[in-house]
Every structure is written in structure tokens, then in C-alpha cells.
Design a protein around this ligand. Structure first.
Ligand code: HEC
Length: 109
């Protein structure tokens, strides 16, 4: 294999690596989890919650997690504790919620 072939293979690999996250979501769920303050209440590992009665979410089913976020944001899910989280849900749009759901599902429970 000559040098230029090696170079093309390397650039193809770099290109692939940069495109791969698009398969799930173009956004970085781990980054959003910090930026959108999720970790404040749910813990940076998704299970060291700030309050003992807040839910551990690490490793939870992706579709379930996404639906809960949507329902908390819309108000469809509403009980005494939901209010705490609803207050920050204006910070995330649907695409961001999807990226967050992807990320949460991969966290170690
Ligand atoms: C101010 C504290 C707070 C913040 C910030 C917060 N949450 Fe929550 N979250 C809660 C509480 C409290 C509940 C439980 C709500 C209830 O009892 O209905 C909850 C519930 C959830 C649930 C549903 C869990 C289940 O088992 O049904 C998910 C998923 C979730 N949060 C994800 C997130 C994500 C992602 C973010 C960041 C965008 C976030 N939360 C930010 C407090 C918070």
C-alpha cells in the first residue's frame, strides 16, 4: 500500500467517524445533559439524585424516557414533583430531547 492510498483510507475513516453520530442524533446527549442542567437534579451519572425522592434515570428505556420528557414539558404528566423539572423544559426542543433520551439509555443503571 502506498502513501496516498493510506492517506485516502485515513481520511475516509475520519469522515465516517464524523458522520456516524448522525445515525442516532446529530446532537451530543452527554453535553446536553450538562448544559441543560439535567445533572443538577438527576446526578451526572443519572442516579445520584439531588433529592432522595427524585427518579434515577440512568439506563432507562429510550422511548419511555423520551415520552416522559415530552409529557413533563407539555404538562400531560403532572404531579407534585413534576413541577421541579417542568421549569427547565423550555430549555430543550424535541431534537435535543431525542439526543438526551439516546444518552440516558446508554448510561450505566
Ligand atoms: C429541578 C430538578 C430537575 C431537573 C433540572 C431535571 N429534572 Fe428530570 N425529573 C425531576 C423530577 C423531580 C422528576 C420526577 C417527576 C415526577 O414525579 O413526575 C423528573 C423526571 C424525569 C424523567 C422521568 C423519569 C421516570 O422514571 O419516569 C426523565 C426521563 C427526566 N426527568 C429527565 C431529565 C432530563 C433529560 C433533564 C434535563 C433536560 C432533567 N430531567 C432535568 C427533576 C429534574
Amino acid at each position: 500500500m502506498n502513501r496516498s492510498m493510506t492517506r485516502s483510507i485515513v481520511s475516509a475513516a475520519v469522515l465516517l467517524a464524523s458522520l456516524t453520530p448522525l445515525a442516532a442524533s446529530a446532537l451530543d446527549g452527554a453535553k446536553l445533559f450538562k448544559e441543560k442542567t439535567c445533572l443538577t437534579c438527576h446526578g451526572k451519572d443519572g442516579k445520584t439524585t439531588i433529592m432522595p425522592n427524585y427518579p434515577k434515570i440512568a439506563g432507562q428505556n429510550r422511548d419511555y424516557v423520551l415520552q416522559q420528557m415530552k409529557d413533563i414539558k407539555s404538562g400531560a404528566r403532572n404531579n407534585g414533583q413534576t413541577a421541579a423539572m417542568k421549569g427547565i423544559m423550555h430549555l430543550v426542543n424535541e431534537e435535543e430531547m431525542e439526543a438526551l433520551a439516546d444518552y440516558i439509555a446508554t448510561m450505566t443503571p
